[in-house]
Write a protein that binds this ligand. Structure first.
Ligand code: M6R
Length: 366
């Protein structure tokens, strides 16, 4: 049942080229330049005229929502907020007609997310579900939606559901942008081509498995980890830190790299591994400076860089090289080595990575 892998988590990490492909199947036709999302077609007018979009989710799904915020604001020029469902449901938020709520949930059963959309619906918002489990409570409660099609996810630490969420949320952003006319034909086609290439690039990133395992061995006894990224890679840093916490029980924090100097840099010393997602994007030069700041304080830097980068490798302790991609789709690729790093650290510490202590696969109580 684990398909020859030691754990469901590893099996699910390695399934990602296929699950991303499944999320795109029947939707994206890059050569023809078309994108079809049957589940939202009926509500497209409301969606493209939305005054704002509020994304509600928890945990890893919330991280996918953060990436979607950047994508949708850039592509559609609609204001987006991302909320922890557990806060949103209790804080009497301002919601009304014309607001669109996107609920992101692998299980479709997360109690906080379900209750959050229930009350938003009563206030007149339109609910769009991005769920993995077909027929789940959140999917049924939604007015429209798009399934992620990642297949059953057994490992408690979410992996393939995350990349499927990123894939589907990118498609939604692209579709709405096209309908609104907020994206040029050229950029639209370019991003369709990028989406078309992404599962191949994820397969290439998975070849890093042995290398990442060696890095895991080297740092597995660290007490704390810091994960940094900027722009589209900031939520990837949060996700990398969450994966490590969940399955290795090592304290880890994710930050936007520029926030370092506002506090967390005080933690940096020669014992602190700092994972920096530093792929080639519009923030690249800034991230290079952030790496210098960490190295000046003797932190150990593990950098995820784009192939062909010759600037960062000589500056850092360990390098993980991933294929080049447009910054909008880069998180789907750059998260792969972070999933593997958490996995190998958890396994090398002897923990049951599929069933981490204190956690349940879906949190159906508040
Ligand atoms: O099923 P959901 O996507 O609604 O679950 C949300 C979180 O409970 C979930 O992502 C959790 O954080 C995972 N254990 C992360 O690996």
């Amino acid at each position: 049942e684990k398909g020859g892998y030691d754990h469901f988590m590893l099996k699910e990490i390695f399934e990602q080229p296929q699950t991303i492909h499944d999320s795109l199947r029947g939707r994206l036709d890059a050569p023809k330049g078309t994108l079809t999302l049957g589940g939202i077609r009926e509500h497209m007018d409301l969606l493209k005229n939305a005054k704002r979009i509020i994304i509600v989710a928890c945990g890893t799904s919330w991280h996918a929502g953060l990436v979607a915020e950047y994508m949708i604001e850039e592509l559609c020029r609609i204001p987006v907020e991302v909320e922890y469902a557990s806060e949103f449901r209790y804080r009497n938020p301002v919601i009304g007609q014309g607001d669109v709520i996107i609920a992101v949930s692998q299980s479709g059963e997360t109690a906080d997310t379900l209750v959050a959309i229930e009350s938003a619906k009563q206030k007149g918002a339109i609910i769009l579900g991005v769920c993995n489990v077909v027929g789940s409570s959140i999917a049924r409660m939604s007015d429209a939606g798009a399934y992620t099609h990642a297949g059953p996810e057994i490992g408690v630490a979410s992996t393939k559901a995350f990349t499927a969420q990123l894939t589907v949320l990118a498609l939604i952003g692209l579709k709405v942008a096209m309908e609104r006319g907020s994206i040029s034909g050229q950029r639209f086609q370019h991003l369709l081509n990028e989406m078309d290439q992404v599962s191949k690039k994820v397969a290439i990133a998975l070849k890093l498995n042995d290398h990442v395992k060696e890095i895991a061995e080297k740092y597995k006894d660290a007490r704390d980890f810091l994960y940094l990224g900027r722009g589209y890679n900031f939520p990837v840093a949060l996700e990398g830190a969450l994966k490590l916490k969940e399955i290795s029980y090592i304290h880890a924090e994710g930050y936007p790299a520029a926030e370092m100097k506002h506090g967390p840099i005080a933690l940096v010393d020669e014992n602190l591994p700092v994972v920096i997602v530093a792929t080639k994007d519009s923030f690249y030069e800034k991230v290079v400076s952030n790496i210098q700041e960490i190295k000046a304080r003797k932190g150990k830097v593990i950098a995820v860089v784009t192939e062909g980068d010759t600037t960062i490798p000589p500056m850092v302790d360990d390098v993980i090289v991933v294929p080049a991609a447009d910054e909008l789709v880069a998180p789907i690729i750059s998260v792969i080595p972070l999933q593997l790093l958490a996995y190998h650290i958890g396994v090398s510490k002897g923990y049951d990575v599929d069933k981490p202590r204190n956690l349940a696969k879906s949190v159906t109580v508040e």
